[in-house]
Design a protein around this ligand. Structure first.
Ligand SMILES: Nc1nc2c(ncn2[C@@H]2O[C@H](COP(=O)(O)OP(=O)(O)OP(=O)(O)O)[C@@H](O)[C@H]2O)c(=O)[nH]1
Ligand SMILES: [Zn+2]
Length: 394
């Protein structure tokens, strides 16, 4: 459908435009020079390192730089020498048989990426394994905000490994130490179910890999799939045993999760057993006037930054507006009356609206603006959200 996948142009740089001087916002320098990065997340032991080892040993014709976290000692390749740089351990880059290079790091992978960039040209893709307790919502914005990294790397997508055997327990009973750490402390989570890190990792995913399926029955697997879909109904789901994905491209690599959103699948809405903590809401409205993009921006600032609905011009819905919500992930596409379109991307409170690649869709299909929100306390209906946005744009 959306024909951009093979496009020569890498997607535009993800920048927090609100934090930058206006003249820098539209700078578009050599987008093809930037290297895509996929973040591989998932709870402790879900199979992240197994996945990376699989990719490092498969034939795929790509030169991938793989950054493993410190727990990656199950690597069945020779463990490289560890060097210490400024108190943080970064192991040296090691060539692997299929043309990839690999290193394992302690703490954040940002330093490893910086050391990696000195080897630019020797690889064309980066895979970063986050530690099992990392909240990808804290990592993804680095690639949007950090000007140095942002000019050489772009975020291709977030892949979350799910341990099919343990995930239900993790979602139901967040460990006490996790509660204390549960993502950033600046956010007031208000009352309600405590979000585990497992929730965060699933809710930020563009792709979910349901792994360890050899350890569960088919019925258990379906229950896990339902649970995952109820937390994040837009992520693509793949089922694996020992992280052996059916293919690598399109599953782990080349996700283009941030370039085109017109083909988002909304058909999985309306789950009977929503996860109590996190849910997905999709706002669908007709194309808007080109002059209204600024209003959409203002509406987003209100819901993402102030977590309040802008006062609606009128309220006709019988459903009350959620008043204690938190949006962790938002994606959207706007079709404008001048024939152009815009993509909206947000991870937590960092967001941007930028020009979308033209879509050569058959014109018989009616274009609709769509905004998908994943978060907490969003309510069971998209109606109050749609109403708020539409009346704000009116
Ligand atoms: N039975 C079974 N075991 C698996 C599967 N995938 C991975 N494992 C095992 O689970 C253990 C943990 O896998 P890893 O790949 O190290 O997990 P990880 O997510 O990298 O773990 P951390 O980095 O510690 O968070 C290893 O012993 C793997 O061999 C699977 O599909 N089935
Ligand atoms: Zn690992």
């Amino acid at each position: 459908m959306s024909a951009n996948i093979e496009d020569e142009d890498a997607p535009p740089e993800l920048i927090d435009v609100s934090a930058m001087p206006a003249e820098q916002v539209s700078v578009d320098e050599e987008p093809t020079a930037r290297v895509p990065i996929t973040l591989v997340t998932g709870y402790l032991g879900a199979g992240k390192t197994t996945l990376l080892n699989y990719i490092l040993t498969e034939k795929h014709g790509k030169k991938i730089a793989v950054i493993m976290n410190e727990f990656g000692d199950s690597m069945d390749i020779e463990k490289p020498m560890t060097v210490n740089q400024g108190g943080q351990e970064v192991t040296e880059w090691m060539e692997v048989g299929n043309g990839c290079i690999c290193c394992s790091v302690k703490d954040s992978g940002v330093m490893a990426i910086e050391s990696l960039m000195e080897r630019r040209g020797t690889f064309d893709y980066i895979l970063l394994e986050t530690t099992g307790l990392a909240d990808p919502g804290n990592i993804a914005p680095i690639f949007w905000m950090d000007e140095g990294l942002g000019s050489s790397i772009y975020l291709d997508g977030i892949v979350t490994l799910v341990d099919a055997k343990n995930i239900t327990r993790l979602l139901d009973e967040p460990a006490p130490e996790e509660k204390a750490e549960a993502h950033d402390k600046d956010h007031d989570h208000g009352s309600g179910p405590v979000l585990s890190m497992a929730h965060m990792q699933i809710s930020h995913a563009d792709v979910v890999i349901l792994n360890k399926t050899d350890l569960v029955t088919e019925a258990e697997l379906e229950a896990v799939r339902d649970r995952v879909e109820s937390i994040n109904s837009v992520a693509k789901i793949h089922v694996t045993d020992h992280s052996r994905t059916p293919q690598i491209e399109g599953v782990v690599l080349d996700l283009h999760a941030y370039d085109h959103l017109a083909d988002l699948d909304f058909s999985k809405k309306g789950h009977s057993h929503m996860d109590p903590a996190i849910s997905t809401v999709a706002i669908v409205i007709p194309p808007i006037a080109a002059g209204k993009v600024e209003r959409v921006d203002a509406w987003l600032r209100s819901v993402l930054w102030d977590t309040t609905f802008p006062v609606p011009a009128q309220s006709s819905s019988s459903e009350p507006h959620p008043d204690n919500f938190e949006i962790h992930r938002l994606k959207g596409i706007l079709f404008l009356d001048d024939g152009t379109s815009r993509v909206i991307q947000a991870v937590r409170d960092v967001f941007e609206i930028r020009d979308a690649q033209p879509i050569d869709e058959d014109t018989s299909k009616e274009l609709q603006c769509k905004i998908v929100l994943i978060g907490r306390g969003l309510g069971s209906s998209a109606e109050p959200w749609r109403e708020s946005l539409e009346s704000y744009l009116a």
